[in-house]
Structures are given as C-alpha cells and as structure tokens.
Design a protein around this ligand. Sequence first.
Ligand code: KG4
Ligand code: ZN
Length: 364
Amino acid sequence: MNNILNKNINVLGIETTCDETAAAIVSLNEKGESNLLSNIVHSQYNEHSKFGGIVPEVAARSHLKNISFIVAEAIKQANISNEEVNAVSVSCGPGLIGGLLVGSMFGKAYSLSKSIPFIPINHLEAHILSPRLFQNIEFPYLALLVSGGHTQLLYVEDLDKISRIGTTLDDSVGEAFDKASIILDLGWPGGKNIEKAAENGDPQSYNLPRPMIKRNNADFSLSGLKTALFRIAEKETLNKKVKSNLAASFQSAATDVIEDRCLNAFKIIKKINNNCKNFVVVGGVAANKVIRKRLTNLSKMKNFSPYFPPVEICTDNGAMIAWNGIEKILKYGISNINDPDFEPRTRWPLDPMAKPIRNAKEPR
Ligand code: KG4
Ligand code: ZN
C-alpha cells in the first residue's frame, strides 16, 4: 500500500443512499494517522415514520433540501475552509436513485468547482471498512454486514477484493427488526425500539422459530420469524408487558440465527484461509448491544478477534464514506482516483461473481 503522503489531507464524505443525509470530514496526516474531524447526520425518521417505511420520493426531496446545509456544517465543525478539502468521496450506490442523484451531482459540482478529485464509493464497502478508521485491523477479515438493506457474510481480502460467503434469501436482519417493531406497534425504524422494549422482557416467554439454524452454509432467512411473531401478536393484547416479552423473544431468536450463521462462516473462512483471524461486524444492526455482546463472546470462543465501529458509525453516516475515499487514495494514489463520469448505481454488488438470489427484493 502506498501510504506515503507529502502533506496532511482532508476528505469530505457524502452519504445519501437511503434515508440519511450525511457529511463528514476525515483527515490523514503525513504519518498516516487518521482523524474524524466532523460527522453530521440528518435522519429522515420524522419524514417517513407516518408511512411506516421509506418513501423514495420523500427521501429524494429531503436530501435535496438538506444537502447544502449538511455539507457546510461538516466543513464548519471540522474547523477547516472549503479550500482545505482535498477530495470528495460520495456514496454512489447501491441505494435509491433519487438520493444517489442528489449526492453524486452535489459531489461532482463541488469537486469541479474546487478542482479536486471526485471519488465514487460503494456504500456497502464503506460499512465494511468503517472500523479501520478507528482501529488498526489488518486484512484479511470476515465481515458481517447487517443493515436495513443488506445481510451478508463476506471474506474481505483487501480493498475492492471481497467475496460473499453468505447472504439472506429474503428479508435483511434490519428489515426484520423494523417489521417486528411495526407488528408490536413500537414505531419505525424499529431496531432501536425493539432493543429498548426487550430490556424489560423475558426472551424465553414466547417460542419463536430460528430459521436456517444448523444448515450447512452461511445464508440467512428472516421472513418466517417475522411471520411467526405476527401470528402470535395477532392473538395477544399488546400491553406494555406483552410487547416487551415479544420484543425480547424476537431479539433472542434473531440473535440465535445470527450467531449460528457466523459460527458456520468461521468454519468456511478457515477453509479459505486458515490465517484469517479478524471478524468485523458493521451496519445499523451492529449498534444492538445484545448482538454485540453475543458476537464478541462467540468470536473469542472461536479464536477470532471481534471489531465493531462505534455505535454512531453503525448506521449510515458520511465518516465511513470519507474514510473509504482515504483508503482508495492510500492504495491507488490521489492522482489516480478521480472519476467524475461515474454514474450512480441502484445495484452494485460487492462480489459480482456471487450467485444472484432468486426473488431478491433489493440490491444485493
Ligand atoms: O446501516 P443502516 O443505517 O442502513 C442501511 O444501510 O440499510 O441500517 C439501518 C437498520 C434499520 O433496519 C434499523 O432498524 C437497524 O439498522 N438498527 C438496529 C438498531 N439500530 C439500528 N437494529 C437492531 N438494534 C439496534 N439497536
Ligand atoms: Zn448502510
């Protein structure tokens, strides 16, 4: 890796793939030390919550309304001027086309006006590399990406060298949490609310299925768990106690599934590369304290070193986009990564060789 820079650089990261408008500044000094100088996130929860899910047109309009202010605020809080930004990284997919167009057009205009490189970033890769902004984690590693749009287990050999070893056959884990929260009338988005309600519940109060457990692969299936929860909730009076018990039972079942799938992924990884000892967990669901604890214990038992980004970097943000830009600058050189003609991609799989999933609902 060419990590010799002759000056300090500041990279602006922009994120607009889904329902967060976010921008951040990450700096890198001559010694190769990185620093997160600012991280501004506007979540569109209030704009979408009355619909119980993300409305693409509402999301696109909200990105357009907020992007200038969010970027200006990221630069201001980093305590630098526009002239001190050396490159702009933009999340160019996968995601919703309206948001992708807003982010990439804003980033292209910014890079053109300042004559600095425009670096297109794959949102999924940014999640997967995000813990490296905070800790020195060496490649190769196993990554579990658990977000609202994606659930994948990946073998990460290097930047741009990622193979998928497991994926969901239906819902993502984040989507399952969101749907469970709606079933229990706990609001949207659901992950945080389920976690909170579960704190006061008994995880053994309801017997929910653990789909895919003991199957000899690293794939997931979550839709049966959500349906089972729905069938039980239909028959119950959803008072506070019942909601807590159902939330705890759901979270426990989802965590058992994740744990079992990771256990198989550890075995698969060992066959690919017996020296692979690092395990990173990223994406919105990685913010869940119960899941963090269970996966930490599991990895230690199986001689893997577990890594998680800080909780505020699990959900979508600009810091991981700026950091991915820095990783590209370090690997390819700042004069080789300008790509102003890059067109945003609603689908942008990390592993183009991976078998497509039949009936896939969203970009994988
Ligand atoms: O990574 P992210 O912000 O967006 C995508 O790239 O999809 O992930 C959002 C997802 C949502 O489904 C949300 O419910 C889930 O992450 N999430 C959580 C928690 N916080 C966010 N799930 C479980 N527990 C949490 N504490
Ligand atoms: Zn994400």
